[in-house]
Design a protein around this ligand. Sequence first.
Ligand SMILES: Nc1ncnc2c1ncn2[C@@H]1O[C@H](COP(=O)(O)OP(=O)(O)OP(=O)(O)O)[C@@H](O)[C@H]1O
Ligand SMILES: [Mg+2]
Length: 274
Amino acid sequence: MTSSDQTTASPDVAGGSILSCENITKSFLGVNALNGATFDVPKNKITALIGPNGAGKTTLVNILSGAMKSDSGTTHLGSVDVTNWESYKIARMGLMRTFQLSRELGGLTVLENLLVAPKVQAGESLFNIFFRPRLQRREEQQNIERATEILATYGLYELRDNRARELSGGQKKLLEISRGVMAAPTVFLLDEPMAGVNPALIDRIGGYILDMKRQGMTVLMVEHNLNVVEKICDFVIVLAEGKTLATGRLSELRANPEVVQAYLGEVISASTTN
Ligand SMILES: Nc1ncnc2c1ncn2[C@@H]1O[C@H](COP(=O)(O)OP(=O)(O)OP(=O)(O)O)[C@@H](O)[C@H]1O
Ligand SMILES: [Mg+2]
């Protein structure tokens, strides 16, 4: 990434960036949701994307994952320019995302939700179905084993045969994460993975995200809860009005008057009045 007056150089990124975006813009019917967002996401770290409501965080996740096209700017995964690639191609490159509002398939079971999660499946090609049925059956069996292991890891094993629509809000968040993990991503974008869940589950999900890092994944998570950011995130990107306001460690950002004025002051006063 070229130097920019919007960002602060950080030693975390010096270790290597795996995902980056530069000067991303996006408007909806004349409303500028993104206005030149620029940042690097350090490899094998947990990075928080924070900022006020409407700052453009979800829009950025949509653009980085290929769910939405930007108006201008570039995105890179490693050294590959993936600007405005289709989401299935970006998934094949190893990037998965979760949605702010869970998108489970309510009529399918919990296990089936993982089996139909986006991934590169050799078994799905017509050639394999007709000419290599044994290979396809073996893959299906491996997928079921993998899905079952993931459900056990995320505490959903007992619910594997329940319809997804019967799950609680917190369980739906866990299912959303499990579906992404099924594809074994190298970069995982989580859009408010803990929103609306109880404090015990917040801690559990925090533990799962730390495990993802231990396993070598890079995580970029949209998060409003600064206690969570403080506990598990290595690096923070602050977005305000569609621009990168600052990047760095949370402790550095707490000392940045611009960031405090744009966002942290509001969040800190909200948390003390609640
Ligand atoms: N599909 C859309 N059509 C029209 N406007 C949109 C659309 N998606 C986002 N916006 C607008 O773009 C701006 C940024 O929205 P976005 O959802 O990215 O913010 P956010 O930072 O994720 O907010 P929150 O913290 O509330 O989730 C907002 O003004 C929003 O109303
Ligand atoms: Mg959002």
